[in-house]
Design a protein around this ligand. Sequence first.
Ligand SMILES: C[S@@+](CC[C@H](N)C(=O)[O-])C[C@H]1O[C@@H](n2cnc3c(N)ncnc32)[C@H](O)[C@@H]1O
Length: 252
Amino acid sequence: MAEMLRFFGRRKGKPIRSGRAELMDKWLPKLTVKVPVKGKIKLEKQFKIIPESIELEIGFGGGEHLAEVARLQPKTGFVGAEPFQNGVASLLAHLNGSHETGSGELKLTKGRVDNIRIWPGDIRELFDKFPDGIFKRIYLLYPDPWPKKRHAERRFINNYNIPHLYRLLADDGELMLATDVAPYVDWALEKMAESSLFQQTKKTIHIPPKNWVPTRYEKKGIAAGRTPTYLIFKKKIKKMKKVLDGSKKNRL
Ligand SMILES: C[S@@+](CC[C@H](N)C(=O)[O-])C[C@H]1O[C@@H](n2cnc3c(N)ncnc32)[C@H](O)[C@@H]1O
């Protein structure tokens, strides 16, 4: 496994209720990304379908967005990473469909989960294990804002993570960032510009892209009167080795 990095968020919350705990025991081992001891992860082989492309959601929270985009794009493979166990259990409940039916059944709805694999941990642990350019889209939605100045480098958009995101994204892929924290928008734009690795595809937008699926945080923010901002970045083509040397210097 890759180098140990400190994770500053929560891994555990309230005790997971029994139905969800059962889903975790039964389904999580089957849906967890398989990481070989040596060599890179062979993601394409881990889905029941042969995915046309693969997308990643970092920090899927309760999994509402991930479950829904996966349902809307059945030919795409999705990887979702979330260290918060209650969030992982919530994703499984969404995939299970018990939310919609209220039936409390513990059988995963057939067909809905075939295109999602889960990393129930910190995505940075897998950075070095994914092959170059594996993801056609990377979602980073409502990342923890870490508002205090002294915690600024804990923000996911930072000098360590940006070069890794760059390597993992396909040359024609896009990095999709959404937040409703205005200082985070400024921070992200500044860090991305400083890296010279990405360019924004459009000017900063406050109207969601077409067919947008809102996340739980997004809905809560809108209800509280906050305005979402959507930033879409494309790669500038650079020499990879130089890019990753830059990241090593900025390890937390
Ligand atoms: C503010 S929440 C937003 C959750 C969800 N995206 C939403 O919009 O409802 C940020 C999430 O990112 C997760 N997170 C933070 N750092 C992460 C990392 N290194 N790898 C994976 N997930 C991470 C946290 O555990 C948390 O659930």
